[in-house]
Ligand binder design. Structure first.
Ligand code: PMP
Length: 396
C-alpha cells in the first residue's frame, strides 16, 4: 500500500526548527518561526493565563465533550473582540462563531465550508503570504492564485497591483486578506487603502476571508480590529479567522475561532449548522482547556485588563527590538539604510536579504530566518541582538 508513497518536502518553517534544534552553535538564534519570546529568550506564560488557571484549579472540573461549536462564553468573547461588544452585528445576532483549533483550524473549517458552498470559486492570497494559506486552501480543493502585495524595490506594498488583481477577479472569488501585521512582510495597508480594497471587494462581489492572527500586535486591540469595522460598514458578509496562539502565548493549546458575518440572525443559524457539520466530521468538537482559559480571561474585567497590559508589553518590546536592530546594524557597519525595519509592524521583518545570505547566516553564524529573508523580530532580545547584527553585517 505504501511502497509508492513519496517523501513529502519538509515544512519550510517547522523544518527550520528541526535544523535549529540539531545545531550545536552556542550562539544560535531562532528567528525562523513566528513565536514571541521575552527578553530572556523564554516563551512567556502570561500572568493573566496563570491567574485564570489558578482559579480553575481551585474547583477542578471534569472534562466532558464540549458542544461542537465550542464553549458559548468563548464564542461570545471572540465575537465581542472581533466585531465590538456593542456592534450592530453582535447585537443583531448575525455572526456565526465557532471555537477552532488555532487560527489554522478556523481557516480550514471556513475553507471546507466555502468549498461546499462555492465549489468552483477560486482563492486569491497575497504574494507573498503565510506559507500555509496556499497549502490549506489547495488541500480544501481550491485553485489558489495570488494578488500582488510586496514590492521589493519600493520596500512596501504594490497597492496598484493589488487593486488591479482584485478588480480583475471574477465575482465570487475568495480573497484571503491579512487583517493586520502581514505575515511575512510586516507591511500593512493604510486605513485609506483598506477603504479602497473594501470598495473593490464590494463592487466585484468578492468573498473576503480576513485572517486575524495578530490582533493587538499592530497598534492595539481596537485599532487592529478597525479593519473589520470597515467591511461591516460596507454591508458585506465575510469570514474572519482568529488566533490566540500569539496574543495569549498559548501556541500549544490550539485556541482560535472562525466567525462568519451573515445578513441576518436566521441566516447565521443556518451557516452555523453547516459549520458544525464540517467540525463534526473532522474532529467532532474542540478541546476544553485553552478555550476555557481564554474565555475566563476575556470574561473577567480584571484579567482582561491584565491581558491587554501584557499584550501591550509584547507589542512595545517588539517595536523596541526593531529600533535596536536598525541601530545595531548601523553600528555593526551595515552601510545600506535599514530604517524600513521600523516601518514594518507585527512579529516579522522582511529583511530584503537574499536566499544565499540567509543560508550563510544559518550555516556560518547559527542565525535562523526563512530563505525568503523573513526574520521574527519578536525573538530578538538584548542578549542575542549583537550577534544577529554582527552576523548580518558579515553577509550583506
Ligand atoms: N495566519 C497567519 C497569518 C499566521 O501567521 C498564523 C500563525 N503563524 C496562523 C494563521 C495560524 O495560527 P495558529 O498557530 O493559531 O494556527
Amino acid at each position: 500500500l505504501f511502497s509508492a508513497v513519496e517523501m513529502a518536502p519538509r515544512d519550510p518553517i517547522l523544518g527550520l526548527n528541526e535544523q535549529f534544534a540539531a545545531d550545536t552553535n552556542p550562539h544560535k538564534v531562532n528567528l525562523g518561526v513566528g513565536v514571541y519570546y521575552d527578553d530572556n529568550g523564554k516563551l512567556p506564560l502570561l500572568e493573566c493565563v496563570k491567574k485564570a488557571e489558578a482559579d480553575m484549579m481551585k474547583a477542578p472540573s471534569a472534562r466532558g465533550y464540549l458542544p461542537i461549536d465550542g464553549i458559548a462564553a468563548y464564542d461570545n468573547a471572540v465575537k465581542a473582540l472581533v466585531f465590538g461588544a456593542d456592534s450592530e452585528p453582535v447585537k443583531s445576532g448575525r455572526v456565526a462563531t465557532i471555537q477552532a483549533l488555532g487560527g489554522t483550524g478556523g481557516l480550514k473549517v471556513g475553507a471546507d465550508f466555502l468549498k461546499k458552498l462555492s465549489p468552483s470559486a477560486k482563492v486569491l492570497i497575497s504574494d507573498p503570504s503565510w506559507e500555509n494559506h496556499r497549502a490549506l486552501f489547495a488541500q480544501a480543493g481550491f485553485e489558489v492564485g495570488s494578488y500582488a502585495y510586496y514590492d521589493a524595490a519600493k520596500r512596501g506594498i504594490d497597492f496598484d497591483g493589488m487593486l488591479a488583481a482584485l478588480q480583475g477577479a471574477a465575482a465570487g472569488t475568495i480573497v484571503v486578506l491579512h487583517a493586520c501585521c502581514h505575515n511575512p512582510t510586516g507591511y500593512d495597508l493604510t486605513p485609506a487603502q483598506w477603504d479602497q480594497v473594501v470598495e473593490v471587494v464590494k463592487a466585484r462581489q468578492l468573498t473576503p476571508f480576513l485572517d486575524m492572527a495578530y490582533q493587538g500586535f499592530g497598534f492595539g486591540i481596537a485599532e487592529d480590529g478597525a479593519v473589520i469595522g470597515k467591511f461591516v460598514a460596507a454591508g458585506l458578509t465575510f469570514f474572519v479567522s482568529t488566533s490566540f496562539s500569539k496574543s495569549f502565548s498559548l501556541y500549544g493549546e490550539r485556541v482560535g475561532a472562525l466567525s462568519v458575518l451573515c445578513e441576518s440572525k436566521e441566516e447565521a443559524a443556518r451557516v452555523l449548522s453547516q459549520l458544525k457539520i464540517m467540525i463534526r466530521t473532522n474532529y467532532s468538537n474542540p478541546p476544553t482547556h485553552g478555550g476555557a482559559v481564554v474565555a475566563a480571561v476575556l470574561g473577567n474585567p480584571e484579567l482582561r485588563a491584565l491581558w491587554e497590559q501584557e499584550l501591550g508589553e509584547m507589542r512595545v518590546r517588539i517595536k523596541a527590538m526593531r529600533q535596536k536592530l536598525v541601530d545595531g546594524l548601523k553600528a555593526a557597519g551595515v552601510k545600506q539604510d535599514m530604517g524600513f525595519i521600523t516601518s514594518q509592524i507585527g512579529m516579522f521583518s522582511y529583511s530584503g536579504l537574499t536566499k544565499d545570505q540567509m543560508v550563510r547566516l544559518r550555516n556560518e553564524f547559527g542565525v535562523y530566518g526563512t530563505d525568503t529573508g523573513r526574520m521574527c523580530v519578536a525573538a530578538l532580545n538584548s542578549k542575542n541582538i549583537e550577534h544577529v547584527c554582527a552576523s548580518i553585517a558579515k553577509v550583506v
